[in-house]
Design a protein. Structure first.
Length: 305
């Protein structure tokens, strides 16, 4: 596996100096999409609002130095990741992504540990069921409906068609950096499904189809780590989602999951009942750290096999 392959020290020092000089004077840098330097570590992140992130941070914005870029659909390029600024400041070209999100925290940890360039694909929309992330043909075949009464201006069809259909965003972004596969998939999704009563078996089926879609498109290989996150236990039927991802981890060798308990939460907000089910800025960083630790464990397990 190449997931945590390190640069040698002289190259890492040179890379760090070059990156600091390159980025220090430009609050936002959009590259031309053909940045093939180094060996990019590619993150695909999918989910609802706790994957999408928060506009503001409960902490001071964390500086992001080095080669961390996120795919921007509106410009068809990669833009520099920086908390509070585009592409993670409000809208990553139409596909969610706010000033503080766990995928960015995960990417920071990877870059700090390895020195590798990081490329992030973030497809997250708050309040959407997992059906929204599957192709319309799959929904039709299973008599599922992704219409949930919460239309998003950017999406006139299933997001699954945008990311798994023909001429989709992931393939376009990967081709710009000379890649075919991603190195890890991060998923935090399920709140919208459990509140409408999805059972553990139902979620298992839908999550399994998501895994099959990733494999069908050749984005993941047999042992590409796929990490799910538990949802907040305050949600009705939350145990259904927690049980589903545990079963997935038992049935699929590369799937693991992270716990929610102990994550810092937003707290009560007047007029926003249920909003305290969300991670705070600190909580998003904690989640990113937990996903990274799960990735390290999975990597170590595969190395021992």
């Amino acid at each position: 596996m190449k997931h945590l392959k390190k640069f040698n020290l002289p190259k890492l020092i040179l890379f760090a100096v070059f990156s600091t000089l390159l980025f220090s004077n430009f609050p936002v840098t959009v590259c031309d999409g053909d940045d093939l330097s180094g060996d990019p570590f590619v993150i695909l992140a999918i989910g609802q609002s706790n994957m999408e992130g928060r506009y503001g941070s409960d902490l001071d914005d964390e500086s992001v130095y080095g080669n961390l870029l996120a795919w921007i659909t509106s410009t068809q390029t990669f833009g520099r990741c920086q908390l509070g600024k585009p592409p993670f400041g409000g809208n990553a070209g139409g596909f969610g992504g706010k000033a503080n999100n766990l995928a960015l925290r995960f990417g920071i940890r990877v870059h700090e540990a390895t020195g590798r360039p990081v490329r992030i694909f973030l497809f997250a929309v708050g309040g959407k069921r997992i059906e929204y992330f599957l192709r319309k043909q799959i929904l039709s075949d299973n008599d599922w409906n992704y219409e949930d009464g919460k239309p998003h201006a950017q999406f006139k069809k299933s997001l699954g068609d945008e990311i798994f259909g023909e001429d989709n965003e992931i393939t376009k972004g990967l081709s710009r950096i000379g890649q075919k596969h991603v190195d890890v998939v991060l998923v935090h999704q399920g709140e919208a499904n459990v509140v409408v009563g999805d059972s553990t078996d139902s979620l298992m089926k839908k999550y399994t189809i998501l895994l099959e879609e990733l494999n069908r498109m050749d984005y993941t290989r047999h042992l590409t780590p796929i990490i799910f996150g538990e949802i907040n236990s305050r949600y009705p039927n939350s145990q259904n989602q927690r049980d589903a991802i545990r079963l997935l981890s038992l049935n699929h060798p590369a799937v693991s999951f992270v716990h929610w308990d102990g994550i810092d939460e937003v707290g009560e907000i007047e007029g926003r009942p249920g909003y305290n089910n969300h991670a705070s800025g600190l909580g998003l960083q904690q989640l990113g750290d937990r996903y990274y630790e799960a990735f390290q464990r999975e990597f170590n397990n595969q190395e021992r096999q």
